[in-house]
Design a protein around this ligand. Structure first.
Ligand code: HGA
Length: 609
């Protein structure tokens, strides 16, 4: 959420900052702003709306500068408006951009107002600007002012501070929201995500919790939370420069849906032996740890939570390992009982999801055997702070509605099930059969994408609907939930998912011809039960859209549209059935004319609580 970019260079940095914001826009897009030091003066431009509005404003009144900061916002405190857009300024001297939430902002604001500071915005962020300014009056340099100021902040921040009185440096601080330093030649950069800086560098230093750093053109100094100078390792990024481009596709989401066969191939690569998952798949020392696991606790949010729910069915039925799944924002604030020999698994696309990260940190002292994260971003906080990491290799996911991150998470979880099952009674034949199924998955996914045209036609029937129901049973119930979430996120149609057996306990009351009912129906042992649920809906005049295995013997008629999904190994059906549901949401959103990649009120990489 919220994108931050900053630069200290000899050249004019404004274009670098705006391009960086464009690349981060998927993280927040209600307003944007930039500030530079120009001939010793602070120049700031802010606009309500997308980065394009800011870029146009910058073109119309160029204000070059060699030191600058920029921000694209996803509001938490104060409505989206130009006045609340970052950077926030104190006394025309200090400018601040911030990602996160300052929880004690009300108390700090009172103190600062009493000291004569006037607040121009409704944001929590503005307290940082005035607080640093106040301390700066009595401190030798910006660095020590920021080091003192952050001690007074409660909550989460990734923040960058610029001072016109000391304009050849930026001071940055991280606690709870990620920041990465980009190293250039005679110039240095800062951002909330390396993607922003790929046009200017591939060399990165990730800040750790509590770090404060000072960045000049020729130096980077990092201090830990106690103020001690520390060395943070330099990383060479392998992310493709084009990761931020849509290519031939109309939207990132469509591109990412179509990338899934390839993303799954990458995720599997080098991790499968002839008939088992290779021991090194989950990192050094994984085999020893996984051998001891008798229980798995998975913690995740949103789409990642749905992948965890699928894994619960798999863990218990295939790996013979008991499994609990919980939403991270709940897990982190309740007392839970840790089962003996338990592994904590976190799942997050970005590896920076605030609630999931907090859950991992909380769990460190609870007595788990260890922690494993399933994550798409190398070097992210979850990866660094977990004992084991499985990288999903989906490539950069820009569309706010997650697609390829979800299916590759499921692939990672499927491999974890195989690895745990090996020690808990999953036979060699079963393992070999499941490995073959995984190997054939990319081709099946490719085949399922050919349903796009048929789904696009059907999407027409949804455009005027306000509500919908998604049904599934067993490991397809979480897929129904994920399908409903996708439709809500990008088409704004209210969608709810039910385990199909639950219909008679309430939701049947909602059925009428205005309520489309989407059913996921692979050919598995629950098919006949599901068919009965479908009949219950038909008997009440509901209009059904059944995504069914070609061999499941559903027939289209006036009240039922059947979409034939290729046959696949029943174990992997949850992955396969996800794609047609993604396509359905996408085409409904297109017809409704919503902003598919940047749906209203949402943002990618949820780094606030
Ligand atoms: N609290 C700040 C920053 C919001 C944020 O980090 N979003 O991801 C604000 O509301 O401006």
């Amino acid at each position: 959420m919220c994108g931050i970019v900053g630069a200290v260079a000899q050249r004019d940095v404004v274009d670098i900052l705006v391009e960086g914001l464009r690349r981060l826009e998927y993280r927040g897009y209600d307003s944007a702003g930039v500030a530079v030091v120009n001939n010793g003066e602070l120049k700031r431009l802010r606009r309500l709306g997308k980065v394009k509005e800011l870029a146009d404003a910058v073109d119309a009144s160029p204000t070059p500068g060699g030191t600058g900061i920029a921000h694209t916002r996803w509001a938490t405190h104060g409505e989206p408006s130009e006045r609340n857009a970052h950077p926030h300024v104190s006394n025309d001297q200090l400018a601040v951009v911030h990602n996160g939430i300052i929880e004690n902002h009300t108390a700090l604001k009172k103190e600062l107002e009493a000291a004569g500071y006037r607040f121009d915005s409704q944001t929590d962020t503005e307290v940082i600007a005035h607080l640093v300014h106040k301390i700066r009056q009595e401190s030798d340099d910006l660095l020590s002012a920021v080091q003192q100021a952050v001690k007074k902040l409660d909550g989460a921040y990734g923040t960058v501070i610029m001072d016109t009185n000391d304009s050849d440096r930026l001071v940055v601080a991280r606690s709870g929201s990620p920041l990465v330093i980009g190293l250039g030649i005679g110039e240095n950069f800062i951002a909330s995500d390396q993607l922003a800086l790929l046009p200017v560098t591939r060399r990165f230093v990730f800040l750790e919790e509590g770090d404060v750093a000072e960045i000049t053109r020729t130096s980077v100094r990092v201090f830990d939370k106690d103020g001690n100078p520390v060395e943070r390792e330099e990383h060479e990024s392998t992310i493709s420069y084009d990761a931020g481009d849509k290519g031939q596709y109309r939207h990132f989401m469509l591109k990412e849906i179509h990338e899934q066969p390839h993303a799954v191939t990458n995720t599997l690569e080098g991790r499968l032996g002839k008939d088992s998952v290779l021991d090194e798949t989950f990192g050094n020392g994984a085999a020893e740890l996984l051998k001891k696991v008798k229980h798995v606790q998975i913690v995740a949010c949103g789409t990642s939570y749905h992948s965890a729910m699928v894994a619960r069915y798999w863990m218990e039925s295939l790996a013979n390992v008991s499994c609990n799944v919980e939403i991270a924002s709940e897990f982190r604030y309740r007392k839970s009982v840790v089962q003996p020999n338990s592994l904590l698994v976190t799942i997050s696309q970005s590896g920076e999801t605030a609630d999931t990260l907090a859950a991992l940190r909380l769990a460190k002292d609870l007595g788990y055997l260890g922690s494993l994260t399933i994550c798409n971003v190398a070097g992210s906080s979850l990866v660094r702070e977990s004992d084991l990491a499985f990288m999903t290799r989906a490539g950069a996911e820009i569309g706010v509605a997650s697609t390829k991150a979800f299916t590759t998470q499921l692939v990672g979880l499927a491999m974890l099930v195989l690895s745990l099952g090996k020690h808990n009674g999953l036979s060699a034949e079963q393992q070999a059969d499941m490995v073959q199924a995984l190997k054939s998955l990319p081709a099946k996914l490719e085949e399922s994408l050919s349903l796009a045209e048929r789904i696009e036609e059907l999407a027409e029937e949804f455009a005027d609907k306000h509500h919908s129901l998604f049904l599934g049973r067993g490991d397809q119930y979480p897929i129904a939930m994920e399908g409903a979430l996708k439709l809500k996120e990008i088409s704004y149609i209210h969608a709810e998912a039910y385990a199909a057996g639950e219909l008679k306990h309430g939701p049947l009351a909602l059925i009428d011809a205005q309520m489309p009912i989407i059913v996921v129906a692979p050919n598995n042992e629950l098919l006949e039960k599901l068919k009965s649920n479908v009949e219950e809906v038909r008997a009440r005049g509901g209009i059904l859209y059944v995504f069914a295995d070609v061999e499941a013997n559903f027939e289209s008629d006036e009240n039922m549209r059947v979409i034939d999904v290729p046959h696949c190994h029943p174990w992997l059906a949850p992955i396969l059935y996800t794609l047609p549901l993604q396509l359905l949401s996408y085409y409904v959103a297109i017809i409704k004319g919503t902003d598919v990649d940047q749906p209203r009120n949402l943002a990618k990489s949820v780094t606030v609580e």
